[in-house]
Design a protein around this ligand. Sequence first.
Ligand code: F0G
Length: 467
Amino acid sequence: MTDQAALASKLETGVSQLRCIACGAVGEEGAKSVRCAQCGDLLEVLYPGWKTNGVTRAAGLDAAGLKELWLQRRTSWNALDESGVWRFREILPALHDWNYVITLCEGNTPVYQLPSCGRAAGVEQLFAKHQGMNPTGSFKDTGMTVAASFARQAGFRWVACASTGNTSASMAAYAARAGMRSLVLIPQGQITWGKLSQALDYGAVTCQLKTDFDGCMRVLDEVVQRMPVYLLNSVNPYRLEGQKTTAIELLERFDWQAPDHIIVPGGNLGNSSAIGKALLEMKELGFITRLPKLSVIQAEGANALVRTMRETGGRELISVHAETMATAIKIGSPASWKKAVRVIETTGGVVEQVSEVEMALAKAEIGADGIGCEPASAVTLAGLKKLVKQGFVRKNETVVLILTGNLLKDPDFTLKFHRGDLFAGTEHEEEASEVLAPRQRAPMVLDASATAVVKVLEYAEQTDPRK
Ligand code: F0G
């Protein structure tokens, strides 16, 4: 190795520590437990090496140097550079050897403008960063590549998670790539077939437990105490480090001019915590001068954070019994609530909740912009509409929705929506038939005749609402 290469590899290595978010105890880097040994609360990754002589820099480089380096890597064929996560490795915890990295070319996801959704919400500049365009179809891949690589480095044979479906799909894929075994605990009958089929195809040992997500989490906590398996839920601090890159890519895409608002769906609250951590670090490192406001939207039936903020000012978690068709965020007791409260408050964001009908309408609107997403992601647009009405988001502000999962994750929801039976037999049936009908496009069964098809075409043209 030349002197320069040795220096470069040293500079790339971000020395990190794990610190408890509650008692502040500092643990060893790469620790096998994902909770504080002193008080049992969650851990977060810190980079003490960033601060030297009063200057904050990652890997010894200033913001301008890192911006240039990260952009240059987009033209490289090096596997680490091709990943939209490891491309930013200076602000991630370093592995002892980069060969431990398990990557599926995650990240580098598109940012789309959403003109008609913007009109529906009442904002002029609306964008979506589509994390559903990751290799397994959800944002989970950006965190999984980091945490699974740490599991591999630590020599684990087994990794495990409790999941509403996307984490399990992602974990199973990354484990399979590295020849590790994976154990998935999911609530029986409460995850979509798309997600379940992914875990099976990637070879996970999949257990459908007769409980909800929160129950699966409790069982898994006990399993990891008793067996040498590594927990890959978002309580794992390395997951959140990888998920930070969503925000970093987004800021890079806006040429480091931060948007006014970033809106994220909230379930277990790992993603909002990670995006918030990235924003704070980017400000600390001098990449941006102003923080975007980070707001979190939940489904009304799974609104633990909303209640926690409104009823306790964010001081105590109020758990709920979760009920929503957005199975991805059907979570009653979010693990990362403290981290989320901290970043929402620091960035000046808010929390809001939306109804099932509002979410279903928003999902169809995102679809009609040619983008599409899974139901949980659509709470962002539904929530934005409320925030505009409340005057929290102004019409000339730039807003970015984080779409977390791909449309194809939950085709059942979409088909039921368009056939008009998503809310059949529920208390929302009447409201839904009024509000959603203009967006429904049920498939038609016709005779195999051109005349029949032409008639349909003529009718569609005459009744086109866009004319
Ligand atoms: N959107 C989708 C599509 C998700 O799958 C999840 C979480 C969220 C949003 C919420 O993110 O938990 O970080 O607040 N899914 C997890 C899972 C819980 O097991 O796949 P969060």
